[in-house]
Design a protein around this ligand. Structure first.
Ligand code: SF4
Length: 382
């Protein structure tokens, strides 16, 4: 099979081994983080736990997000001037609030992101001081991309804690997060790197085609970011599991790229409950999962885009009460999707697409994607 960036199958026929390996590696990351941040985790947990369950896991995830994004983007962030940064953030805000303006704004964002966000300075971090001023510059850059909305919210929460520290302690904590990210990068390549080997080839050979497109940053995500999302999804699944099991109704959200046929031929229908498969093809996995849903009492809808699960009021749920959601997404959307559902208070679990292939970002024709049905059944306990 042609692998564009990642494949959870590695050299196996399915992704069963991936789910075992990522669980083992997530245990290592959590255990290593507790040693590494031995004196920092508890105060952060205390600061967070006023409003947050699983504060320790989220504290570790936040530090990991900070370290990884610092490592990948702080070089670019230092090079972003105020005026283009402000313009990009404004465009991003308008885009998020107005569907009709999206095409025009995306055209502009593609040009401006390619010119001003200069996403090519990876590893240029040795001379960047791990201070609050540079933390702010990183967050401003992330906001300008429009790609890291949920991660930015987590980093701003972490920043509130760091602001309570003495200046030297703040620098030490940021420096520790970066050092931990360096360990994570090396260790993740050893432990789960077999699933992302093609990312480097994609970045070198195919990603330049995304220049001038609005997804130039999204498609340029580095291998360590894939690993961050894989481990982040595993950690969030564990944190949400208890609440998910308790809900009465379950809803499976499938991305449009799983349809066997392109949008012009797919017969799925828009209904009050969402876009529902019309079951036109036995070979389509959306159809197979819809059948499983009707046999095992869970709903199945097709979600055209992550923004489709956003409520008119930020933080509110578009799903009914007593409903848990299983979100299916490609690796790069896992943390943002999981955090968005968490923000909405929806008990959620996620299943990863075994590989990516959508026409919007990754493949000229679009390759139908699929999931590990055994993993889905395990989550649903069927
Ligand atoms: S089986 Fe369903 S999702 Fe698949 S192509 Fe047909 S209508 Fe679309």
């Amino acid at each position: 099979m042609y692998v564009i960036t990642y494949s959870l199958r590695g050299n196996q026929v399915d992704s069963d081994e991936y789910y075992n390996n990522v669980a083992i590696f997530a245990d290592q990351v959590l255990s290593r983080a507790e040693d590494f941040f031995a004196h920092s985790i508890d105060p952060i947990v205390e600061f967070y736990s006023k409003e947050e369950e699983f504060a320790k896991e989220y504290a570790i995830l936040d530090l990991l997000i900070l370290g990884v994004l610092w490592k990948v983007y702080s070089g670019d962030a230092m090079g972003l001037d105020e005026i283009p940064g402000d313009m990009l953030r404004l465009l991003s805000n308008v885009r998020n609030n107005n569907d009709k303006l999206k095409p025009g704004i995306d055209f502009l964002r593609g040009i401006m992101s390619t010119v001003f966000l200069s996403p090519d300075l990876y590893d240029n971090i040795a001379s960047i001081e791990p201070c609050m001023g540079n933390f702010d510059k990183l967050v401003s850059w992330l906001k300008a991309t429009g790609e890291f909305n949920q991660e930015v919210k987590r980093l701003e929460g972490l920043k509130e804690y760091i602001k309570t520290l003495e200046a030297k302690d703040a620098v030490d904590l940021i420096a520790s997060a970066i050092t931990f990210a360096l360990w994570f990068e090396n260790s993740s390549e050893e432990n789960i790197g077999e699933y992302t080997e093609n990312v480097e080839r994609y970045l070198n050979e195919l990603r330049p085609k995304r220049y001038w497109h609005e997804d130039v940053i999204f498609c340029g995500r580095r291998r360590v970011e894939y690993h961050l999302n894989m481990v982040g999804a595993e950690i969030m699944n564990r944190a949400f599991k208890g609440a998910f099991i308790k809900v009465g109704k379950k809803l499976l959200l499938l991305p449009a790229c799983m349809r066997l046929h392109p949008a012009s031929k797919c017969k799925a229908k828009e209904t009050e409950a969402g876009i529902m498969c019309a079951r036109c093809s036995a070979d389509c996995q959306v159809n197979q999962l819809t059948k499983l849903g009707s046999e095992c009492n869970f709903g199945v809808v097709i979600v055209p885009h992550e923004s489709s699960i956003s409520a008119a009021v930020p933080g509110e749920s578009v799903f009914g009460s007593d409903t848990g959601v299983i979100g299916v997404a490609c690796v790069l959307n896992l943390i943002s999707g999981g955090l968005k559902l968490k923000e909405m208070g929806v008990p959620a679990q996620c299943v990863l697409l075994d590989y990516c292939g959508c026409k919007n970002h990754w493949h000229d024709e679009g390759m139908p994607t699929c999931i590990n049905v055994g993993k889905l059944k395990e989550i649903l306990d069927i």
